[in-house]
Design a protein around this ligand. Structure first.
Ligand code: SF4
Ligand code: SF4
Length: 308
């Protein structure tokens, strides 16, 4: 594959690995986590995003659409999914940013030009590039080429992954990956499957294999109230991680409700349930339980130093 499907390149991130980073978001994911905060990354095809709040009512999209998919329903501007062929003529014509194409096929060179622009910031901060998504491993051949290009340019590389792909796929990337940030979403296989659509046996196996390969690891759990926020599950995760020699730290990430608003902007809205954001005290209780296993624990990017 000469090009990868990318839905965003975010510069100056301080949340996706060490230092200041450029984050490349790969479109397409093999899991279907019901709490996903990046719903535009789920489908492995370009999509049309419509943000009604930005619409100035200029009417250009109505005129330009060859399928007459833009309609007025009462007083609402809607897009008829059954007619839209995703030609993106309307997105290209909308000068107000109300209609946009989510997901573009890009070459390694096209992406690397953007990465190279912030070299000075990587060098000063100890940062680099992070592949994210969606799930970068769904396009593992392209991801491997991009990571290799970064290493040739002496740029530090990291990848965020759900850890659920065959070991042979990870092996392709390892020579050019300096850090892996992987998720363990639940320690119970059935619960993992229920929440994400996939079991956790491969996930746990990959953590062990990555450690054996000497890859530094940050393991994260997105804390979803009513799903995995019980102390027993976090204890079980920490007990597993205490024997992982390359673990840098374990991070608990509070559920991010952003997906609820982003989901409705896409042509096929994702149905997201109403989940409460976890309380700070609850997150700290979980972190303290994990720390009892002698591992370093972070909450949302901050090192937990303990309650005492
Ligand atoms: S082109 Fe953009 S601003 Fe104009 S009516 Fe369509 S969505 Fe609204
Ligand atoms: S992307 Fe869909 S709505 Fe927009 S111009 Fe093409 S067919 Fe019409």
């Amino acid at each position: 594959m000469d090009k990868g499907l990318i839905f965003d390149i975010e510069r100056f991130s301080t949340k996706d690995g060490p230092g200041i980073r450029t984050v490349v978001f790969f479109k397409g994911c093999n899991m279907s986590c019901y709490w996903c905060h990046n719903p535009e990354g789920i489908r492995g095809v370009p999509e049309l995003r419509f943000e009604p709040d930005k619409c100035a009512g200029c009417g250009i999209c109505f005129k330009i659409c060859p399928m007459r998919a833009h309609k007025i329903d009462g007083e609402r501007h809607i897009i008829d999914e059954n007619r839209c062929t995703l030609c993106f003529a309307c997105a290209n014509a909308c000068t107000y940013g109300s209609l946009t194409q989510v997901g573009k096929w890009m070459s390694v060179d096209e992406i690397y030009i953007e990465i190279e622009e912030d070299r000075a910031f990587y060098e000063r901060s100890g940062g680099g590039v992070t592949l994210s998504g969606g799930e970068a491993m769904k396009q593992s051949d392209f991801a491997a080429k991009l990571l290799k290009r970064c290493h040739e340019g002496l740029v530090h590389t990291a990848m965020e992954t759900n850890l659920s792909f065959p070991w042979a796929d990870y092996k392709k990337l390892l020579p050019h990956t300096d850090l892996i940030m992987g998720d363990i979403k639940h320690m119970d296989d059935a619960a993992h499957r229920k929440g994400t659509g996939a079991g956790n046996i491969t996930v746990l196996d990959n953590v062990k294999r990555l450690a054996e390969a000497g890859i530094p690891l940050i393991i994260r759990t997105p804390v979803i109230p009513g799903y995995n926020n019980d102390v027993a599950n976090i204890r079980s995760t920490a007990e597993f991680l205490k024997d992982i020699p390359t673990l840098k730290y374990y991070e608990l990430l509070s559920y991010n409700p952003l997906g609820n608003s982003k989901g409705i902007l896409i042509k096929n809205p994702y149905k997201l349930p109403d989940i409460q954001v976890p309380e700070k005290a609850g997150m700290e209780r979980l972190a303290d339980a994990a720390m009892e296993y002698g591992i370093e624990v972070y909450i949302d990017g901050r090192k937990r130093t303990g309650s005492r």
